[in-house]
Design a binder for this molecule. Structure first.
Ligand code: PLP
Length: 449
């Protein structure tokens, strides 16, 4: 069958006109909804329609505009973004400084030749070395979180000449083959087994279990290259380990010559009240993985960062690990602006203060509705609300969505809803969230009583 390119040109022209429009008529909005639904149904994955509908109310919600802590759907319904793109929007939606950096860079050059030295990559790497703890010094820039984890795992094998890895039960590190091997959830992993050999999982927060696993692996000649951990498990349900866990993990890793990889993809860039989550424990990892908020909520960019000693093998052969788009000029411009905004606006401190304000109030509120609520917890603005059933959590998410507040479950633990707003959220907005939660909890609690 021959393809009608004329039809493609005509259709793409209509889409480009839409992108260029500032205001849409009611007919145009209806058309965008129809195009979105049919595109998802026929060309993306109809499964998403079922899932997205789950929180939709009387019409299919299509997102369209955003700014700061808010976004609107195509018909102009306003939402407070308490999901924050699962940790993307730390500086808020379309922060003017990040936008300006990206647009200024775009006016000059978007991507790079791949051959000459590209200055923004060097400049971003300098800043990353300055903000990361200890002597982390060299950065490799990626396009996503999972890619940062892949690079971190490869670097650990390269440096230690060992092949084993230990991750935690409940961990989420991504869904490409290497990172999925470290992730711990059967539904995501089972269809793709066997994954990369050499991965073991131990209970999170239990240093003794970790040591036992490392020592038994060593005893059987399957030496461990690295332990990979999230400073607070995000997708696992916002789980913080005991305070002495990471110091003990550091000590055990040092004793066995095992590297410690901190996956800061969700906890990094101020989210938990420090620039990086691992800083709560006074521990320096050997390798750090970044993603999500690192690109200033405008560009996709991640990184893995390590020390000179661990990087040594990569130096004589810089092409051992490469990516075409990783560290491109526009993404680096966005990440440079994200670092500047995070520090200049004291976003880690803001996250700490706002978390200290919000979390105790949330806990009190949840205590009022014991028939549905189990626990409110978190650090900074990485907050989880655990319910006693998936159904209760789902009803709460739906009730909030109807009232213009977006939250979502966690990928691993559907009973836990996440509150992960931009760190720029105001006290008044947090109060509005608490007030709305009270109403929604009351409604759902009644339904389940
Ligand atoms: C801790 C952690 N690591 C890795 C990833 C994977 O990142 P990406 O979805 O950008 O591949 C995520 C995503 O949720 C994450 O939370």
């Amino acid at each position: 069958m021959s393809v009608s390119y004329d039809a493609v040109i005509e259709q793409s022209r209509k889409y480009l006109e839409l992108i260029a429009k500032e205001e849409l008529t009611k007919e145009e909005k209806d058309w965008v909804v129809r195009e979105s639904v049919s595109g998802f149904r026929d060309n993306v994955n109809p499964g998403f329609l079922e899932y997205r509908k789950s929180v939709s109310t009387d019409y299919t919600a299509v997102e369209w505009k955003d700014s700061g802590v808010h976004f609107t759907d195509i018909y102009g319904k306003d939402f407070i973004d308490c999901l924050g793109g699962y940790g993307i929007y730390n500086v808020g939606h379309r922060h003017p400084k990040v936008m300006a950096a990206v647009m200024n860079q775009l006016k000059r050059q978007a991507l790079h030749s791949q051959e000459l030295l590209d200055p923004l990559r060097a400049m971003l790497a300098k800043l990353v070395a300055m903000i990361t703890p200890g002597d982390l010094q060299y950065s490799f820039f990626t396009n996503s979180g999972t890619e940062s984890v892949e690079g971190a795992l490869k670097l650990a094998r390269l440096h230690t000449k060992r092949s084993g890895f230990i991750a935690a039960i409940g961990a989420f590190h991504g869904k490409s083959m290497g990172s999925l091997s470290a992730t711990s959830k059967a539904v995501f992993r089972k269809p793709f087994l066997p994954l990369i050999p050499g991965f073991r999982h131990v209970p999170y927060g239990d240093a003794e279990a970790l040591e036992k696993e490392i020592s038994s692996a060593a005893f059987s000649g399957e030496d461990i290259a690295a332990v990979i951990l999230e400073p607070i498990q995000g997708e696992g349900g916002v789980i913080a380990p005991p305070d002495d866990y990471f110091p003990r993990v550091r000590e055990i890793c040092d004793r066995y010559g095992v590297l410690l990889i901190a996956d800061e993809i969700q906890t990094g860039m101020g989210r938990t009240g420090k620039m990086f989550g691992i800083e709560h424990y006074g521990v320096v990892p050997d390798i750090m993985a970044l993603g999500k908020a690192f690109g200033g909520a405008i560009m996709p960019i991640g990184a893995f960062i390590s020390t000179k000693e661990i990087w040594e093998e990569m130096i004589p052969n810089p092409f051992l690990h490469t990516t075409t788009f990783g560290g491109n000029p526009i993404a680096c411009a966005a990440a440079i602006a994200a670092i500047n905004v995070t520090l200049e606006e004291r976003l880690p401190e803001q996250a700490a203060e706002k978390g200290n304000y919000f979390i105790p109030k949330l806990v009190d509120l949840m205590n009022k509705y014991k028939n549905i609520c189990m626990e409110g917890r978190g650090r900074g603005l990485l907050i989880g609300m655990e319910f006693n059933s998936n159904e209760a959590g789902y009803e709460v998410a739906k009730g909030l969505f109807e009232r213009g507040i977006l939250v979502a479950g966690t990928l691993i633990n559907a009973k836990t809803l996440r509150i992960e707003p931009p760190l720029t959220i105001t006290k008044a907005e947090l109060d509005k969230v608490l007030e709305t939660l009270d109403k929604v909890f009351a409604e759902v609690s009644k339904k389940f009583s």
